[in-house]
Design a protein around this ligand. Structure first.
Ligand SMILES: Cc1cc2nc3c(=O)[nH]c(=O)nc-3n(C[C@H](O)[C@H](O)[C@H](O)COP(=O)(O)OP(=O)(O)OC[C@H]3O[C@@H](n4cnc5c(N)ncnc54)[C@H](O)[C@@H]3O)c2cc1C
Length: 520
């Protein structure tokens, strides 16, 4: 493989974590690996709700941390919850300075929304449901104006180079359909900010690019993975046959929208005292049960919002319009969809992975903040906090002040994943590793993943298979139900405090091999 050496810090990804870290590293020279033009392909730009932060004088970081721990079902690291919530306000002020037009009150305060499982209104938003797009637009403008940041648009990472447990390089190639022969890029330090893995599921709210590739790449290089089994399913993705499924934001239920089935029955009142505002995993399982029973669950916004949905929730109104639904007249069909991966590459409070010279931030990481269930709007906040933490720690360790821009010449070669194999993998994850799991299904999933992996030589696909294996193996190993991880064959949580899971890919592969044996 051709090798290129640079003194730049290499950042893999171009979502919120990557952009914010690059800005905080300035003026240290950075090269950013971005598969799409900046702003595209990242979950960050699709965030509707906003960023959680205790902004109200009566609210407190302690209350925010307590809600985070409660939502996480006994597996949140309290040190990390404290670290992230304590400084949340400062990040909102910084984003404001960087140009984000947050919704403001007439007296100059921030408009705050309340979301499920928060004991306070503490989600700062932009233009109603446009938070992600607007924050990203502001940061992209800053990145474009920062001379120390070079962005390689149209490139993606497929492998890490390791020497004595230290990362020395990342193999990158062109990200278009034809790909290219990979080039090994050796840099000063490596920060992975490649997002989560929701797109490994056929039913997902995540952009196509977000398919666990960066988590899998790190696992294949020998990094430890934590909490892989904890995947959050958003209860109200729109069930309209689109891939990815558009999101009907939780804020609609906050405004009084109700969930009904084809018979008009409001089923959440039978299940939880908070009805539609019960925790996300509870609502997701209820909707899943209705769908499995053929009852066609739907979100009914008619009485709560009527025509107002069109002005107050412009994104949702647009998704409805392009699918021929008038939400002021008829309910919106919904289904739970893979939305957020609580698990990821293990990091410590400095953002360091278990491999030297490799830092991780954003959804690709597992910091211990989310436990078994992420509190709504803590995703963007975690990406911001750990992007800065990583930048500070890298700046401490790596001295590089100048580096020439890279001029890479890619040659033909490389292999894109086979579309049919990807579709089989994604259907397997939704059907067998989804909202409600059981041992037999998980073994069957591992068997299918093993067969798909054996038939492929595409590095990108091998990365996806590694993450899928880690999710299914960790789910098989966790013989209890906790937070977003529900096992119909082990419906209760184990007694005592919850434990985070830690898995090396080698162990996950051994679990997979045993599962295949058990099936034969
Ligand atoms: C529809 C939707 C709504 C959401 N709403 C909210 C919300 O309101 N509040 C909240 O806090 N969170 C929300 N989330 C979650 C939140 O958006 C994410 O957790 C957060 O944006 C993650 O940021 P990130 O930088 O880690 O990843 P991303 O923003 O996903 O960026 C990942 C980047 O990595 C790149 N990448 C992927 N693979 C490779 C590769 N192999 N090589 C190089 N680059 C690669 C991608 O192209 C992308 O640029 C939402 C998510 C979705 C999908």
């Amino acid at each position: 493989m051709k090798t290129v050496t640079t003194d730049r810090i290499v950042i893999v990804g171009a979502g919120l974590g990557a952009l914010y870290a690059a800005l905080k590293l300035a003026p240290r020279p950075v090269v950013m690996i971005s598969p799409e033009p900046l702003g595209e392909g990242a979950s960050s730009a699709w965030a509707q709700g906003g960023v959680a932060a205790a902004m109200d004088a009566k609210d407190s970081p302690q209350s925010h941390a307590a809600d985070t721990e409660r939502a996480g079902a006994g597996t949140v690291d309290p040190v990390v919850a404290d670290l992230v919530t304590r400084e949340a306000r400062e990040y909102i002020f910084d984003l404001t300075t960087l140009g984000t037009p947050f919704d403001r009150t007439p007296d100059g305060g921030y408009v705050l929304s309340r979301e499920a499982a928060h004991s306070f209104a503490r989600v700062v938003r932009v233009k109603g449901d446009q938070a992600g797009a607007e924050i990203m637009a502001a940061l992209i403008e800053q990145v474009r104006e920062t001379p120390s940041i070079q962005v390689l648009e149209g490139t993606m990472a497929v492998d890490l180079e390791v020497s004595d447990d230290r990362i020395t390089g990342v193999a990158i190639q062109k990200s278009d359909e034809n790909r290219s022969a990979p080039i090994m890029l050796r840099g000063a330090a490596f920060l992975l900010a490649g997002g989560g893995s929701g797109g490994l599921y056929a039913l997902t709210t995540n952009p196509h690019r977000i398919r666990g590739q960066v988590i899998g790449m790190a696992a294949r290089a020998g990094a430890e993975i934590s909490d892989a089994e904890f995947v959050q399913f958003h209860p109200t993705a729109m069930d309209v046959g689109e891939d990815p499924a558009p999101l009907a934001t939780e804020a609609l239920r906050g405004e009084g929208a109700i969930l009904i089935n084809k018979d008009g029955h409001r089923f959440m009142t039978d299940i939880h005292a908070d009805a539609e505002l019960a925790p996300r995993d509870v609502v997701a399982r209820a909707i899943y049960a209705q769908k499995q029973a053929g009852n066609r669950p739907m979100l009914d916004t008619r009485a709560a919002l009527g025509e107002k949905i069109k002005t107050q929730f412009p994104s949702v109104a647009e998704y409805c319009a392009r699918n021929g639904i008038d939400p002021a007249q008829e309910p919106i069909p919904v289904a739970p969809a893979a939305h957020y991966h609580m698990g990821g590459i293990t990091t410590d409070t400095k953002g360091r992975s278990t491999l030297e010279n490799l830092w991780v931030c954003g959804e690709a990481s597992s910091t211990g903040l989310h436990g078994a269930n992420r509190l709504a709007s803590n995703g963007l906040l975690e990406a911001l906090v750990f992007a800065r933490v990583c930048a500070l720690n890298i700046a401490d360790k790596v001295s590089c002040n100048e580096a020439a821009p890279l001029d890479l010449m890619f040659e033909e070669g490389g292999e894109a994943p086979d579309a049919e194999a990807v579709a089989t993998l994604r259907n397997t994850m939704t059907d067998l590793v989804g909202v409600v799991r059981n041992g037999d299904d998980l073994r069957r999933a591992l068997h299918t993943i093993a067969a798909l992996e054996a038939a492929s030589t595409s590095r990108a696909f091998l990365n996806m298979c590694a993450t899928a294996t880690l999710i299914a193996a960790a789910a098989l190993k966790r013989e209890e139900s906790r937070g977003a991880h529900e096992r119909s064959d082990f419906p209760e949580p184990l007694p005592g405090p919850g434990k985070r899971s830690r898995l090396m890919l080698t162990t996950a592969l051994a679990i997979r091999a045993q599962a295949c044996k058990d099936l034969s």
